[in-house]
Ligand binder design. Structure first.
Ligand SMILES: Nc1nc2c(c(=O)[nH]1)N[C@H]1C(S)=C(S)[C@@H](COP(=O)(O)O)O[C@H]1N2
Ligand SMILES: [Mo]
Length: 339
């Protein structure tokens, strides 16, 4: 018997759906196979619905209405940016309720409790901010948030899929990341891109205090291959729902890779590094068998501890089928074709 207490949190979709296969999942949510087969977004039982709403909002919707804002007046005035119709939402689903997206978050620097991130992040200082780009490039440089807002911003509605089997459909504001990377003139030797999130020990109690996360190798770090980062879908993101990003959603600058599990979309980025060799990532370092580098959304590849065949859409937990590459095969499928 080992006396070493595991320090890693168990990342589970929900206590109820963990370890269940798809059929059990469907049965549990009281849904017919036919509905799921059709990919329908359906209602769930009122009791389960109420429970989930309670989970999301802590039973107090009025309280969450006061959200911490972000950013200066001049930047605020630029929003909303024009919505692009080039990347229609897979399945033509409805947009997720804004309050759900603002109050149900994964941001382990603050807490593992998704319902509390927005409260804990309210004093996270995001102004001023700089994003440094270094490594295999000819013109390494720093960008402030004003500079990022000069990069042809647009709004795009994307599906977001967490590895924990919850999903949302939301409008991000941003620019294709390749537009920013082009500014530093990447060398041919740049094969991968590394991202580093900020650490603010004054407010990030997940980094300083929480016994289940404080031993993580902070800061949060992630990575993509150069072709992934240069793909048109990969967004350098500054806003959500027509306003600058809230702190809990990764203010003032994050990445959004809609065809990959959520942790491949790092928040509150301060540094980007172009490198030659395949980098490690925080989650891969912690649990390599559970969170591999690539981590593309794929219903046919179960997580070692749960099925990825279906997902629950916040806030009411409607169940729908998971789509290969989260529905974005048309744009990124060629990156994964075996030669
Ligand atoms: N720095 C940082 N970025 C992060 C995370 C995190 O814990 N820290 N969580 C990831 C995960 S698991 C998900 S699902 C998304 C959640 O984004 P949202 O809260 O804006 O929905 O952020 C990703 N980016
Ligand atoms: Mo996630």
């Amino acid at each position: 018997m080992s006396s070493v207490r595991p320090r890693l949190p168990k990342v589970e979709p929900t206590p109820e759906s963990a370890y269940l296969n798809r059929r059990q999942l469907i049965k549990q949510w009281g849904l017919g196979t036919a509905l799921i087969g059709a990919g329908a977004v359906t209602g769930i039982t009122p009791a389960a619905d109420a429970q989930l709403l309670d989970d999301l909002f802590g039973g107090n919707v009025a309280k969450v209405a006061k959200l911490p804002g972000v950013s200066r007046e001049e930047i605020l005035k630029l929003y909303p940016f024009k919505r692009s119709d080039k990347y229609p939402l897979p399945g033509g689903a409805f947009l997720t309720d804004k309050m759900a997206a603002f109050t149900y978050n994964n941001f382990y620097e603050f807490t593992q409790d998704k319902r509390r991130v927005w409260k804990l992040a309210k004093d996270f200082d995001v102004d001023p901010w700089t994003v440094e780009i270094t490594g295999e490039c000819l013109k390494p440089q720093k960008f402030d948030i004003d500079a990022l807002h000069k990069l042809d911003l647009e709004e795009r509605t994307y599906r977001h899929r967490c590895v924990e089997a919850w999903a949302m459909d939301v409008p991000w504001t941003g620019f294709p990341l390749h537009k920013l990377l082009a500014k530093v003139e990447p060398k041919a030797s740049a094969k991968y891109v590394r991202f580093f999130s900020a650490v603010d020990k004054k407010v990030m109690v997940g980094v300083t205090k929480d016994p289940s996360t404080r031993h993580f190798p902070w800061p949060f770090f992630e990575g993509l291959t150069m072709p992934e980062a240069m793909n048109e879908l990969c967004l350098g993101c500054t806003g959500l729902y027509g306003q600058p990003l809230t702190r809990q959603n990764g203010a003032p600058f994050r990445i959004v890779t809609p065809w990959k599990y959520g942790y491949k979309s790092p928040k509150s980025i301060v540094k980007i590094e172009l490198v030659e060799k395949k980098p490690t990532t925080l989650w891969e370092t912690l649990q390599p068998t559970e969170f591999p580098f690539e981590s593309n959304v794929n219903p046919a590849v179960p997580h070692p501890r749960w099925s990825q065949a279906a997902e629950r859409v916040i806030p009411n937990g409607a169940l729908r089928e998971t789509l290969y590459l989260n529905g974005y095969a048309e744009w990124v499928g060629h990156l994964y074709k075996k030669a």
